[in-house]
Each structure stands twice: as C-alpha cells, then as structure tokens.
Design a protein around this ligand. Structure first.
Ligand code: NAD
Length: 369
C-alpha cells in the first residue's frame, strides 16, 4: 500500500483512532469554531476521507491550520459557490473563499448535473478555500457514471521550483482524472510537485520521511529535510513555508514542470482566480482554483465500447509481469481503495504529534476529547 504515510512508524509513535471517532471530533472542532453542523460534518468527512485513503497529508493534520485560517478570515464558513458566467456547457463559479469542501462539492454537483443532462460540462471554479484531496471529486463523478479531468492550482502559494530553477514559482498544482470503468474505476490524482506540501508537513511532524531529492535549497542542492521549506520550527509550531528559503521540486523533470505550468494557467488564469504568484502586496491566505471537465460516455454513444475495451486493456496492463512478484502492477486508485478498506477495519494511524495537535486545538475551542 504505497500511500500509507503513517504505516512506516512504530506503534509508540502512532495513535490508532477509528474513522467514526475522528470524524466526530473534527466536526465538533469546526462547529465550535463557527461552522454549522452540516458544514462541520462535511469538512470532517472529507478530511478523514483523505486519511482513509492513505493521504494523511490532506487529512486531519490540516485541522489546526484550517482553524488558524478561519480565525484570520482567510477561509469563511457558510459561503456558497456563486455563478459568475453561465454558458450552459460551461460555467464559471466563484467560491468566495468558502471552505473548499463546501464550494468545490457544489461545483462538482453542478458539473455532474449538467454532464448527465447534456453529455459534457466544463466547470471553472475560482477562489475556493483549500479543497483537499482532488481524487475525492473524481470519485464523486465516477459514482455518477462520469469521466472527469481536474486541473487545480493554489493561488498565493508558490512553493515549487520549475525544472532547472531554485526559486518558487508553481503551487503544488494537483491534477486528477477519474474513469468509471466497471468494477475497476481508475483514479489518477497527484500533485505536480515531487511531493505534496502536506507530505513535507507530515515528515516535519515525524511521519514518513521525504525522498532525499524532494526539495531544493537556494544553492541548488537537493534535500529531504523539511527545514529547507519551513526554516526553523519548534515541534508544536504551525509549519509556515514563508520560514524557509528552499522549494519543492516539480515531479517528472521538464515534463512534470510543464504540466504544473498548465495547471497554473488553466486553474489560475482561465478561471480568473489567480496563479501561484507573484505575491504582490498583502494577499490574504491561499485559494484553490479548479478547471474540471465532465464527460458522459453514455451520451457519446460509446459506453459499451468504453467499458469493454477499457476493461480489457486495463486488465492486460495490470497483468504485465512485475519486477517483484510480491508487488503486482496496480491501477491508479487501487492503493487508495486498499488503504481505505484496511483503515475502515483497523482504524486510522495518526502520528502522535498530529494527534496531540488535534487535541490541543480541540481543548482551545472547549471541545471535550
Ligand atoms: P502520490 O504521489 O501518492 O500519487 C498518488 C497517485 O498515484 C494516485 O493516483 C495513486 O493511486 C497512484 N499510485 C500510488 N502508488 C501507485 C502504485 N504503486 N501503482 C499505481 N498507481 C499508484 O500523491 P501526491 O502527489 O502526494 O498527492 C497527494 C494528494 O494531495 C492528492 O490527493 C492531491 O489531490 C492532493 N493535493 C491537493 C492540493 C490542493 O491544493 N488541494 C495540492 C496538492 C496535492
């Protein structure tokens, strides 16, 4: 299970919590901070959902920083995605700095509704609070029988050096595609940085270490040390990228760097929400932009072919002889599905530092733990 970030830790370093208990605790934290029950529950469900898939970087580790952003007014409870342009086959929505889990979910619901009615829909969402794990939105579209493609950027968050550079220019700009193949849906979902920023956070709290070439210092040297991104921090400090002088490296050399650029231009420029930078004046917080394309194979008239040819081909790809017999070839999305099944059964393993940070946040807000 490639994605289990906490699974490399010893029992003494890990707190095992059931998904249900974790969701209740996180919901109560957001409600105490000012969200209504529905929104608090929704944010908690999505964050714990990320932990369940093994993407701890986008899970409950984010709670203290979300609360911090909420207090600072960088993300606002109770906001809805607002229509900016309605072109029928395409729409532009403004998230009004509402919680990403709220406004991106609304944007996805609209894209699904339109694609189910007319075959396709393109949704440009701007100014959303942090939307979390993008694959979750592709999974929602799969549940509705749709293909979806998502280009995402983070306005106000330059963290990633372009190919051949040492300075931050791109956000971690994730990209996701979901395909509703029968019994074997495929969900490709990754940051275009060599690691998501949340994974640097997880490593800084004692979770899975970074690959040794994930970051680049101002001198051009590659490193796996989170201090390159955050500078000095005490164990209980919030991690702030403004503290460091280095950058995360783009994945896939010049090709990954090119895809990151496209995510920035499509999700940041075409939506009108803004690219990662430059940071001029006082930008308040960060915002996700997302350009999503929804396609209905049923409307294309090729649903049967898509499913038959797609499944046969996928099965053939996955039957390729592995280098290591113990590690068969997996489809994108399979590691997450396996981890979800395991963690639903056994509980979510959280690094003790993450659990302590959650408890501190709960206590500050008067939530019983
Ligand atoms: P990652 O490097 O773990 O890659 C995940 C992808 O690779 C998945 O599609 C997964 O199924 C696939 N995969 C993993 N192991 C595999 C294997 N052995 N065989 C086949 N496929 C395999 O992901 P990441 O780049 O660290 O991104 C983590 C999460 O962070 C994503 O969910 C992304 O959406 C999210 N993210 C969000 C933002 C934001 O601003 N909201 C920014 C960056 C990243």
């Amino acid at each position: 299970m490639a994605s289990n970030e906490a699974d490399t830790m010893t029992n003494a370093q890990v707190q095992l919590v059931t998904a249900g208990a974790l969701e209740t605790m996180v919901r109560d934290i957001f409600v105490a901070a000012g969200c209504d029950d529905e929104e608090g529950g929704h944010i908690a469900h999505e964050l714990v959902g990320a932990n369940l898939t093994g993407h701890d970087s986008h899970g409950v580790v984010r709670v203290p920083i979300y609360i911090d952003w909420m207090r600072a007014g960088y993300v606002l409870p109770g906001r809805n995605a607002q229509m900016v342009t309605d072109g029928g086959a395409f729409v532009v929505l403004d998230g009004q700095l509402g919680f990403g889990q709220t406004v991106a979910t609304q944007a996805v619901a609209l894209g699904i509704e339109r694609a189910q009615a007319q075959g396709t829909c393109i949704v440009a969402l701007r100014s959303a609070g942090h939307i979390g794990r993008v694959g979750a939105y592709a999974e929602t579209a799969i549940g509705a029988g749709l293909i979806s493609i998502h280009f995402v950027n983070v306005a106000g968050s330059p963290l990633v050096a372009p190919f051949g550079a040492v300075e931050r220019r791109f956000s971690t700009a994730p990209f996701a595609i979901g395909l509703p193949l029968p019994e074997r849906p495929v969900v490709l979902d990754f940051a275009t940085s060599l690691v998501a920023e949340g994974k640097v956070q997880v490593a800084s709290y004692g979770g899975r270490p970074l690959p040794p070439d994930a970051l680049v210092g101002p001198d051009g040297r590659r490193s796996g040390d989170p201090h390159v991104l955050y500078g000095e921090y005490a164990s209980t400090d919030l991690r702030r990228p403004s503290g460091g002088t280095g950058a995360i490296r783009a994945f896939g050399e010049h090709k990954g760097s090119g895809l990151a650029l496209m995510c920035e231009l499509l999700a940041g420029a075409l939506t009108g929400g803004g690219c990662a930078g430059p940071l001029e004046g006082e930008r308040r917080g960060i915002a996700n932009g997302m350009l999503s394309v929804y396609l209905s194979p049923a409307h294309f008239g090729t649903q049967a072919e898509f499913e038959r040819i797609g499944r046969e081909y996928l099965d053939w790809v996955l039957a390729a002889r592995p280098i290591d017999e113990e590690a068969p070839v997996l489809a994108p999305g399979e590691p997450e599905a396996r981890t979800r099944a395991a963690r639903l059964a056994d509980g979510v393993p959280l690094p003790v530092a993450t659990w302590d940070a959650l408890q501190r946040t709960a206590t500050q807000l008067g939530v019983a733990t």
